[in-house]
Design a protein around this ligand. Structure first.
Ligand code: SF4
Length: 364
């Protein structure tokens, strides 16, 4: 999502007459398009922004902008403004389409602004730069409020683009003839259309895209298990253009932890979806995400995650140590787990994953 939003910024910059450079010292405009998902990423942004102080002193006309999810949080935006007074523009995700306006304002005299939640922008195209893959955003925001996640606070509530606009964008992509793959993007693509109330839904969208003429493959991310319906699985099975792959974050294999995470499915429900996918699409590649060391997670509960991974034998997993994000419910929970324990658990999970992949390669 962040990479795709940067493609929008790149288009705006190009329209303003800027060209890209690899060398910071040569740049007239330096933009940090940030992501707020993990605290480590934020710390790196602060380090990188701080390192520009000297450059700004030497070349005061360089415009420095910090944008994106991180600065959508008012507190972080204020922190950036206060700590790095040489930064010219601090705006959140929702104001990216107005980026040119901010740059012009800075050129005329300094201006810094924050942003409130807004509508999906349909006015600015993208300067696509992801090879033969074209990202297509189908929705923004999330209503799920998983207790560890910052997204609903920085991306706002779920808003779906109209199917008409999505199909129009995809027809343009196909007509360019450069893209072999189209990847639909959303925090929770399976709930696409819930807010439109005119019968639009994700399964229908997938089938309507596949009905377009053209030689392309279609995929999407990310799916939430509670919203992955049989209709969507059927569409993946039936449509040749859809890649047989699903990324389905489980996060934990233990029901108490899933409940604390507010994931709104159980281990049993998750396993029943996997069973349905495998029965209907035997060659489907299934990958997942896991968080270990969620507050109060016991050793036994962590073993439930290990046993789920063993049982499903995913085609790949991403395992993360739980990291508290300020402002989320989980960050205020008692029973935060010691870093050493989290590290031990994540290493155990990754070791198991390695063994499973080795077994799979050997055909077991
Ligand atoms: S569904 Fe995904 S984006 Fe939405 S709150 Fe949960 S983890 Fe965050």
């Amino acid at each position: 999502m962040n990479v795709h939003e940067s493609e929008k910024l790149a288009y705006i910059c190009e329209q303003m007459g800027y060209t890209a450079t690899d060398k910071r010292e040569e740049a007239d405009l330096i933009i940090f398009n940030t992501c707020a998902i993990r605290e480590g990423a934020e710390d790196r942004v602060f380090g990188n922004v701080g390192a520009l102080k000297k450059l700004k002193k030497q070349r005061p006309n360089v415009i420095i902008a910090v944008c994106g999810c991180m600065t959508q949080k008012e507190r972080t935006a204020n922190y950036v403004l206060k700590t790095f007074p040489f930064v010219d523009i601090v705006i959140g995700t929702f104001n990216l389409p107005n980026f040119a306006y901010y740059v012009e304002a800075v050129k005329k005299g300094r201006q810094l602004e924050l942003l409130k939640e807004g509508e999906i922008d349909e006015t600015v195209p993208y300067k696509r730069s992801s090879g033969d893959n074209a990202w297509v955003n189908i929705m923004q925001g999330c209503n799920n409020f998983c207790t560890y996640c910052i997204v609903p606070y920085v991306k706002g509530r779920e808003k779906s683009r109209s199917e008409e606009n999505i199909l129009k964008e995809i027809k343009e992509i196909i007509s360019e003839g450069k893209y072999k793959k189209i990847t639909l993007l959303g925090q929770n693509v399976n709930s696409y259309g819930h807010d439109l109330k005119n019968g639009e839904n994700f399964a229908k969208l997938l089938r309507d895209i596949c009905a377009l003429d053209g030689d392309f493959k279609l995929t999407f991310m990310t799916s939430h298990p509670k919203d992955l319906t049989s209709d969507v699985i059927d569409a993946i099975r039936d449509e040749n253009k859809i890649l047989k792959e699903i990324h389905l974050p489980a996060q934990s294999g233990n029901n108490r932890i899933l409940h604390l995470m507010n994931r709104r499915y159980t281990r049993e429900k998750y396993l029943s979806i996997i069973k349905e996918i495998r029965e209907k699409i035997p060659n489907c590649k299934i990958t997942s995400d896991f968080i270990v060391g969620f507050p109060t997670e016991t050793e036994e509960e962590f073993k439930d995650t290990m046993s789920l991974v063993k049982e499903v034998k995913f085609d790949g997993i991403f395992a993360f140590m739980y990291s508290p994000r300020e402002g989320t419910v989980a960050s205020r929970m008692d029973g935060q787990i010691d870093e050493k324990i989290k590290r031990r658990r994540v290493n155990a999970l990754l070791k198991l994953e390695k063994e499973i992949q080795k077994e799979k390669r050997n055909g077991n």
